[in-house]
Design a protein around this ligand. Structure first.
Ligand SMILES: [Zn+2]
Length: 411
């Protein structure tokens, strides 16, 4: 396979990218635009990028909004009530079918790597067992990382530790947590020590729902970062949400940033979900309830954007398009300066790949897997401004999907 007339991010000129088998075999700079031969994919000067990444989603709850009742207040708390109703009717096939449908929506938007959290506070681990099957059945579309996510806590839930351990034995790739939701601060701290031990022992990655609250006293991020620093595990550890950081005062945050940087951990922000669910205890002025994305980025730390939910009891919208979340996130996080816009795809590609610890399994470089997208835009700026779609998605050196651009005709 050969892709010609491709613009690569952060590299001037047009390029030809050759694939052999499932890998990229050569990348050459063209001296001029070249005419396509039979079988070539002509990027027509548009961006050829590594696939989009979805670093934080809950596939086990996706597509359940309104079943049996809608969340009328839109709050997290009514979401939990609606989810409890829906949970009663969940079956193995139902979980699998919704996960398959959602993954196809993500793949349609050029996403080829997904990290899903799956609730393991269920003595039968039904959703986890279903998702492990889905991981195998969708390998042609995407690479799926499964997080053992203790929605109802580790220490405050009966048998929580055993369920987390069993989830990893069954095949979860990533150890999760929710320390701010545990009954006491001590249980939150102890849950982090437990989950870090489990990850260190088993070689799993770590991704913790950390301080997903507007409570400025929720300070589990420092505990997670210090555990990661001391164990030298930072690059394998992710703190998701950290929305309390949006409410920390600057004096504490400046000390915290020193530790965060030393720890080398990754951050995921889900700006559409957080702006919707946080700030609910405020009248006015109302906080945004989002972590300090621009500040983490400026300090040289790795931060990326995720969707979190698609049409579930907590968040009724979403369609798989990560550029929609990028657009909203850039607004919400005050990142609309041109330098931010001109490298904005970092937040949904390279930074997310680093969070997922994909290493040399990701990126447009010789020897790496031939997974790529031709985007309907020539730059990061135009991609986000026009909400560009993937024209061609290539996976394992083969065309996975093509899209016919829509045409508008005025009469
Ligand atoms: Zn989440």
């Amino acid at each position: 396979m050969k892709i010609i007339n491709a613009t690569l991010r952060k590299t001037p000129g047009l390029h030809t990218v050759m694939c052999e088998g499932e890998h990229i075999s050569a990348i050459t700079l063209q001296s001029a635009h070249v005419p396509p031969q039979a079988g070539d994919i002509d990027a027509q000067g548009q961006l050829l990028i590594a696939p989009f990444v979805e670093p934080h989603i809950h596939l086990d709850a996706a597509l359940t909004a309104g079943q049996p009742e809608w969340n009328l207040s839109g709050t997290l708390f009514e979401g939990i009530e609606r989810w409890a109703q829906r949970k009663e009717t969940i079956t193995h096939e139902d979980t699998k079918q919704r996960a398959h449908t959602t993954l196809r929506m993500l793949a349609e938007h050029g996403i080829q790597h997904v990290r899903t959290h799956v609730d393991v506070t269920d003595p039968t681990l039904a959703a986890l067992r279903a998702m492990i099957e889905v991981r195998e059945e969708t390998r042609h579309l995407i690479n799926l990382q499964i997080v053992a996510f203790p929605q109802e806590d580790i220490e405050s839930y009966a048998g929580g530790r055993e369920l987390m351990t069993l989830a990893v034995e069954l095949g979860a790739d990533v150890v999760g947590g929710i320390p701010h939701f545990e009954n006491t601060r001590e249980q939150g701290v102890s849950s982090i020590k437990f989950l870090m031990d489990l990850a260190e022992r088993t070689g799993c990655l770590v991704d913790v729902h950390c301080d997903e609250t507007d409570d400025p006293h929720s300070r589990f991020l420092e505990v997670l970062a210090e555990e990661a620093r001391v164990r030298g595990m930072g690059s394998r550890v992710t703190a998701s949400h950290t929305t309390a950081m949006g409410s920390y005062d600057n004096a504490y945050c400046s000390k915290l940033f020193r530790l965060l940087k030393a720890s080398g951990i990754n951050f995921v922000s889900c700006p559409t979900e957080s702006i919707h669910l946080q700030g609910r205890f405020d009248t006015f002025p109302k906080r945004r309830g989002v972590t300090r994305v621009a500040e983490l980025d400026r300090a040289g730390m790795n931060v990326c954007f995720g969707q979190d939910s698609i049409k579930d009891p907590w968040y009724p919208l979403g369609n798989g398009n990560i550029l929609r979340v990028l657009d909203a996130g850039l607004h919400i996080c005050h990142m609309m300066g041109f330098e931010d816009l001109a490298r904005s795809l970092d937040l949904v590609t390279d930074n997310s790949a680093r969070t997922l610890d994909l290493g040399e399994r990701y990126g447009i470089a010789v020897g790496r897997p031939a997974n790529m997208l031709v985007l309907d835009a020539e730059s990061d700026y135009e991609a986000v401004r026009r909400q560009a779609k993937a024209r061609v998605s290539i996976r394992g050196g083969k065309v996975l999907m093509t899209r016919v651009p829509e045409r508008v005709e005025f009469s």
